[in-house]
Design a protein around this ligand. Structure first.
Ligand SMILES: [Zn+2]
Length: 180
């Protein structure tokens, strides 16, 4: 089982990603940045109306993690409010992903994790990726090779694949049919 996840959208690439998903009969999970979501209301609605899951990737995507768990939770809650205001009853997931992931930060994020879990959120990391965050826009063969290596080394029968739905990541869109 492979779960495709796209962080950081919506972006100018969202419509293309949705089209490819639809052509292949595949659903994905989109972890949205609140400030991007409120500028792209129609794309957020399309993501959900076309059968995908929307999750919370904070309002500002501030990954410094220097401002304390309370301020971080405020940023998560603000994103939650944006998604609820756009999607209404269609949004109830309380699924979130930490900017930069949770695991990559060691013990530093324990108070942040405790705060979001206490507020009812479930956070999801990944155990597989195309590596599209390394450099500005890695070439399709690089992305595919990363995916093959990372999938082979994932210690699970199910993989959660990290990709990014951000404007510069054009090759993520180009690679998607092959990723699927
Ligand atoms: Zn992100």
């Amino acid at each position: 089982m492979a779960y495709l996840t796209f962080d950081d959208g919506p972006s100018e690439n969202t419509a293309s990603i949705l089209q490819i998903l639809n052509q292949n009969g595949i659903k994905a999970t989109f972890f949205l940045i609140g400030k991007s979501a409120e500028k792209n209301v129609d794309l957020v609605k399309r993501e959900v109306n076309e059968g995908n899951v929307v999750g919370n990737h904070t309002y500002s995507h501030s990954i410094s993690y220097n401002e304390g768990a309370e301020n971080f939770l405020d940023d998560v809650q603000r994103c939650n409010q944006v998604l609820k205001s756009i999607l209404g009853d269609q949004y109830s997931s309380k699924l979130m992903r930490f900017p930069g992931g949770y695991l990559g930060h060691g013990n530093r994020l324990v108070p942040y994790r405790d705060a979001v879990v206490k507020a009812g959120y479930t956070y999801v990391d990944w155990n597989d990726e195309t590596g599209d965050a390394e450099g500005s826009n890695p070439a399709v063969p690089v992305l595919m090779n990363n995916l093959k290596v990372n999938t082979a080394s994932a210690s699970s029968d199910s993989v959660v694949v990290l990709m990014h739905n951000a404007g510069p990541k054009k090759n993520t869109v180009q690679a998607l049919p092959e990723v699927i």
